[in-house]
Structure formats: structure tokens, C-alpha cells
Design a protein around this ligand. Structure first.
Ligand code: NAG
Ligand code: NAG
Length: 304
């Protein structure tokens, strides 16, 4: 009982300290900046009372922020911020905005968790969805808001550090799937790979963040990626022959873990992903929910 009370008192103390810090932060000169150089996209440009976030201390471990929901960057509040904030000057691959309507509908219908608005899961899920759109479709890195392009790198399953240019050149499926029994990035370019997957997964391949394990600056999280195999899959396999898998109509999905390194605006500095690389293709070939347990199937292979 005593220790419980001590715990409550300590929590109260921590709360008061944080509140005081947040309060002095809000009442500091930073609250009266003009909108035009606001770093958070246009989503909250009209809110003059939002504090400008301060860079994290060099070795900051876990940052507790008390930023009001309305003051969060738009890309943490709206999964389509980078589309909605297009003022007509954005340079899109293919000359026009990508259409996420169908995959968004599937996401809203089939996600397994609805996170509370503004929760860390909600913020990070929105961040990842904006990141995905920028990396895939925004041609000019200067127009990106969810990522700091300069020194960005991504690692997949302990592989090499990939720059944004390399990711965009290889294509996301090639980067994520690499080489396995039923898929090979070595015989297909990014355009053809994207086309193969959008033929097989007609309603798209949705991403949900299941849980966030740690707050900025190093955000560790668990994700789920899923779609429905409603079309045929044709792609090269590791042995160089081509796979022709007829549609089975069922769900194909995989789970994985990501660590994002973000700055004080939650812009992504780097991203490391780990997941079982064979699972998606095995489910396409072997059927809904089925995976090979053979060790020699190529599990976890990331061969460059
Ligand atoms: C990608 O590969 C396809 C099919 O082999 C080919 O038609 C297309 O020209 C290639 N695109 C690029 C940009 O190399
Ligand atoms: C290539 O790999 C696939 C999938 O394991 C297999 O079915 C096929 O027989 C292989 N082809 C050759 C020529 O080894």
C-alpha cells in the first residue's frame, strides 16, 4: 500500500514537472512565430500558438512531448497529408497524384486495430503512410516533408544501407523482397515489379502499425502488410525461371518490425526493417496463410 502511494506521488511529481516544462515552453517567445516558415507542412499553418519543436539533445533517449494534437505536423495527423497539401507544384512520378482510394478503403475496412487519435501508433502509422507516398511518387526530394532526404538510409534484414535514390531505382518490392525461392529482384526492374504486384493485388497492399514500442527519437514498431490475391502473379524467381501463380482470392500478409530514427519534427532520418522475406510470395504460391517451413527455401535471404 505504501509503495503504491509512493508510486502515485512520484507520478504526480513527474506530471507536475512535465506540465511546468510544457507550460514554460508554450509561453516562451517561440509561440509567436509567423506561419510561413513553419516546418510542419501546411496542415497547421493557421495555428499561431503552436510551439516550434526544439532539436533533440544529442544523446536523447526517450522524448516525452506534450504537443497539442492540433500542433502536430500534418503528416502525423493525416495519412494523406502529402496528397492533400499538393498546391499544384508537386512533381509526381507519372505526372499526376497517385490514387490511394481503393487501398485506403481496404485499410479502413480490414485493419485489425483502430488507434486512438494522436496516440503514438496513430502518429507513426500516418507518418509511414506519408513516407511511402513520398518515396514512391514524389520525384523531387526537396518537396518531401516526412523525411530528411540528405543522409537518409534504409536497411532491410541486415542488408546494406540503401539511399533514397537506390530505393526509388530498385522499387519498393525489390527492396523489400530481395531474392527468395519465388521472387528475385535480379531479373525485374521497379516498373515491371510494381505492375506485377498491382496485377496480383488489385486492391493494393495496405500497411498498418500494430504497436509502437518506443517514442522518438528511435521509434521501434511492429507492422502488418496485407492484400488480397485477386489477380495472377507473374515474376522471376531466384533460379531465374518465371513464376506464374494463379489467383487464389485469399489474404496474403506478413508482419515485421521497424526502427525509425526521427528528428524533433518526426521527420524520418533512417529506417531499419526486419521481417521474414519469403512469407508474402509463399502465400501467393502456396495459398492463403501457408508458408514453407523448409530452411533451405531461402528464408531471410537478402542476397546482393
Ligand atoms: C522495365 O522492364 C520492362 C520489361 O522488361 C521494360 O519493358 C521496360 O522498358 C523497363 N523499364 C525501364 C525503365 O528500364
Ligand atoms: C526454379 O524454382 C522453382 C521454385 O522452387 C521450381 O519450381 C522450378 O522447378 C525451378 N526451376 C529450375 C529450372 O530449377
Amino acid at each position: 500500500m505504501n509503495s503504491l502511494l509512493g508510486h502515485v506521488t512520484l507520478n504526480l511529481l513527474i506530471f507536475c514537472v512535465l506540465f511546468k516544462v510544457a507550460w514554460s515552453y508554450r509561453s516562451s517567445g517561440h509561440s509567436h512565430h509567423t506561419g510561413q516558415n513553419f516546418p510542419f507542412g501546411s496542415g497547421n499553418r493557421d495555428n499561431q500558438n503552436c510551439p516550434v519543436p526544439r532539436p533533440f539533445a544529442p544523446n536523447a533517449e526517450q522524448v516525452v512531448d506534450n504537443v497539442a494534437y492540433e500542433c502536430l505536423p500534418s503528416y502525423l495527423r493525416n495519412p494523406n497529408a502529402v496528397l492533400d497539401e499538393d498546391d499544384g507544384t508537386i512533381e509526381w512520378a507519372g505526372g499526376r497524384q497517385p490514387d490511394y482510394t481503393v487501398v485506403d478503403e481496404m485499410f479502413n475496412r480490414e485493419r485489425t486495430i483502430i488507434h486512438p487519435r494522436g496516440s503514438m501508433e496513430d502518429r507513426i502509422q500516418n507518418l509511414m503512410k506519408n513516407w511511402d507516398k513520398e518515396v514512391r511518387y514524389k520525384r523531387n526530394p526537396k518537396q518531401w516533408i516526412a523525411v530528411v532526404p540528405d543522409n537518409f538510409y534504409m536497411i532491410v534484414n541486415g542488408g546494406p544501407r540503401l539511399t533514397l535514390a537506390e530505393i526509388s531505382q530498385l522499387g519498393s518490392y525489390n527492396v523489400f523482397l530481395g531474392n527468395s525461392e519465388f521472387y528475385s529482384k535480379d531479373y525485374i526492374n521497379s516498373t515491371a515489379s510494381d505492375a506485377a504486384f498491382s496485377t496480383a493485388l488489385k486492391s493494393g497492399f495496405a500497411l498498418e502499425v500494430l504497436e509502437v514500442y518506443s517514442p522518438p527519437p528511435r521509434v521501434a514498431l511492429r507492422f502488418r502488410h496485407w492484400g488480397h490475391m485477386t489477380g495472377p502473379m507473374r515474376c522471376p524467381m531466384r533460379n531465374g525461371t518465371w513464376l506464374d501463380a494463379p489467383p487464389h482470392g485469399g489474404v496474403v500478409e506478413f508482419y515485421g518490425d521497424t526502427v525509425l530514427h526521427v528528428n524533433e519534427k518526426y521527420q524520418i532520418l533512417s529506417m531499419e526493417n526486419t521481417f521474414r522475406g519469403d512469407t508474402l510470395m509463399e502465400q501467393m504460391v502456396l495459398g492463403n496463410g501457408r508458408v514453407n517451413n523448409k530452411v533451405d527455401a531461402g528464408s531471410g535471404s537478402w542476397i546482393w
